[in-house]
Ligand binder design. Sequence first.
Ligand code: ACM
Length: 264
Amino acid sequence: MKVGVFQLAPQFGEVKKNMERVEKGLQQIKEALIVLPELFNTGYQFTSGEELASLAEKIPDGPTTGRLAELAHKNLLHIVAGIAEREGEKFYNSAVLVGPDGYIDHYRKVHLFLDEKLWFAPGDKAWEIYDIGPAKIGLMICFDWIFPEVARTLVLKGAEVICHPSNLLIPFFGQRAMITRSIENMVYTITCNRTGWEERGGKERITFTGMSQVVSPRGEVFLSLKREEEGVALVGIDPMVARNKSFTPHNDLFRDRRADLYAL
Ligand code: ACM
């Protein structure tokens, strides 16, 4: 199974341009699972609720989800992409999953980071698993990394590959932690981080840390981009490796759990 990331520096507010950039960048990529960054279409540093309201889109009826679905259909891709979602008067920091047959579902970031709490409502739905053929996948977004419960829940529900659109900005906590999330859950993780910086409305500059990566269930970093690099990177993975949870003849990640003793 081919998986990959498209690490880029979205231009704030340039939803159409950012989408065109992704269409162009993925033009030649076929039959793969591709992860894009968090809020890839809008950028990250909102300065008001009005600004977010002017850029957020409905899912699945908004134009970005529609164009991602078209691209996925044309190139036989599954794409996980972070976009700002509007539902009624509420806004969510969401990740949409589309495949060759169109829109599949979306996840709303549960653990909001810093100023995101000013603009977005926290996610209100539990984590789901999607069987996309070669693998069962699950979604989490950026700061969800610091809550090991998220990756654990996804894996207990059957995820073999965790897709992790990100706008990581503390060097390099999230990327390192995701290696641990992979090892402790024996799962593939695909972190697609953005690069570049934003400094808007008199706010402090935010510099994003790039270093998108694909990590194996044994903690091997199969690919890692540079901090400021932009572009698509692909690697082959075998989801079967994530299905086997035994790590010695006497130890199995699931069977050895003592949920009876973990309760508070
Ligand atoms: C983050 O959750 N964007 C750090």
